[in-house]
Ligand binder design. Structure first.
Ligand code: ZN
Length: 441
């Protein structure tokens, strides 16, 4: 769309959790990268007929690993951005466990600028909690926040020291920004590669018990209560973790929580299906069916704020190693929208408005972004979704450099058809368009 051009998207079902609107009779007018009111835009130069499609504003995946700087054979900000656009995602929060770790304002700015130069998705940098994510010394949270960090995490590593977590929560409270923890008590999980249970025993693989996660989630929740700091727990995967979040919310602590699509769609039986293929190796591990059901119930009850992919791509060679040595992590950006539709919307577990809240208002609040939804003046960030499309996950068609996912071969219902960032199409009909620079604000 050229300068001064006006576009109207007609006929879509507009599902806007930012405004709490689910409407079939709202046209979306776009000019100069922004939403405009129909009164401001008299004659459109482009008309997009989107009947039978859903239109959702600014989808955010707040937990992705783009591996750059440092591990560009696994993924880059460019390839990760393409994967995001392909998946229908408009904004991502990039985890700082790169090489070097993003623990200075200069590196925060570097990630942000690289994201803008690629220009396909809004790349929001997260800064490390501790220097080098080593858990020993608090990083300069204030200056990273000033430079644009939208939160802090040592993800990949848990914050093992309770005193360090207390300090981080106290400090981040003044900014304000959330401290995001990968909760795992290492003395309990060390050496484990899968969930400690029946399937681990069958395969003779070392297990990680659920209490390795939940004991630290409880610790974090109590520290959030003590400090008044903002805590966000990444990728929850146990019932006792969920109960800790319930406790926190009952006591009005500033605590939010996230789950991943793979923990909602799969149970540990998937290990028997794939055998010793490390395509199922994720951290935290895939849990038993009873836990999966409990997580679904927690999401349904509104206890969980965010659905995030934990997109953690690896090179095929790394994932070809024997199970115990292969790295943890799978590619999730290109399946998360369909997974949300398949796990939550299609079975009637949640309304579309509630379900998409997990990828819009939920992460928006955790990261403090304040996107207003599709009202006049807002950036034209949106995704068109075909809710009826049934498709089979084929990692060979991923834009990500990582092709590992245990969802491979699975049938999902619902697919992102087009992605728009700041008025520019970044993907249409599954094809990523290199849009170039756009204004990030
Ligand atoms: Zn993690």
């Amino acid at each position: 769309m050229g300068n001064g051009g006006v576009m109207v998207v007609r006929g879509a079902r507009v599902i806007d959790p930012y405004r709490q609107i689910d409407s079939r009779d709202e046209d979306v007018w776009i000019a100069d990268g922004h939403i405009v009111s129909p009164a401001q835009a008299v004659s459109p130069s482009v008309v997009v007929n989107a009947s039978h499609l859903w239109l959702v504003p600014r989808l955010i995946d707040m937990h992705v690993h783009f591996r750059e700087p440092g591990q560009t054979w696994k993924e880059t900000i460019a390839t990760g951005s393409r994967a995001a656009a392909h998946g229908g995602i408009v904004a991502v929060a990039a985890m700082p466990n790169t090489e070097p770790v993003v623990d200075t304002p200069e590196l925060v700015e570097w990630v942000q600028h690289r994201g803008q130069a690629v220009g396909l998705v809004r790349v929001l940098p997260l800064g490390a909690i501790t220097v080098g994510s080593r858990g020993e010394e608090l990083a300069d949270l204030y200056r990273m926040h000033q430079a644009g960090a939208v939160g802090f995490s040592d993800d990949g590593n848990p914050v093992s020291s309770a005193a360090m977590m207390r300090a981080a929560l106290s400090y981040a409270r003044t900014l304000p920004a959330a401290v995001i923890n990968h909760a795992q008590e290492r003395s309990l999980s060390e050496g484990g590669v899968v969930h400690e249970g029946r399937c681990a025993h069958r395969l003779g693989l070392a297990g990680m018990p659920e209490v390795a996660e939940s004991s630290m989630v409880w610790r974090d929740v109590l520290l959030a209560g003590l400090t008044g700091g903002r805590l966000h727990e990444a990728h929850l995967s146990t019932m006792a973790s969920v109960e800790a979040i319930g406790y926190a919310k009952q006591h009005h602590y500033r605590v939010t929580a996230e789950v991943t699509p793979h923990h909602l769609l799969l149970n540990e039986e998937v290990l028997l299906q794939w055998g010793y293929d490390p395509v199922t190796k994720v951290n935290p591990p895939i849990r038993p069916e009873a836990t999966r059901q409990a997580l679904l119930k927690a999401v349904q009850s509104g206890l969980i704020d965010v659905l995030a992919s934990d997109h953690a791509p690896h090179h095929d060679d790394d994932k070809a190693k024997p199970y115990p040595e292969a790295p943890f992590g799978i590619s999730g950006l290109e399946t998360i929208v369909a997974a949300l539709m398949t796990a939550l919307v299609q079975p009637g577990c949640m309304s579309p408005l509630e379900a998409f809240g997990l990828m819009t208002t939920g992460p928006d609040r955790v990261l403090g972004l304040g996107f207003p939804g599709l009202r006049a003046g807002a950036l034209a960030d949106l995704t068109l979704i075909d809710p009826q499309k049934v498709w089979t996950v084929d990692p060979d068609r991923f834009y990500s450099l990582g092709h590992n996912t245990p969802l491979a071969g699975m049938q999902l219902r619902g697919q992102a058809l087009a992605t728009m960032v700041g008025g520019q199409w970044t993907m249409q009909e599954g094809e990523v368009l290199d849009a170039g620079l756009f204004a990030v604000s």
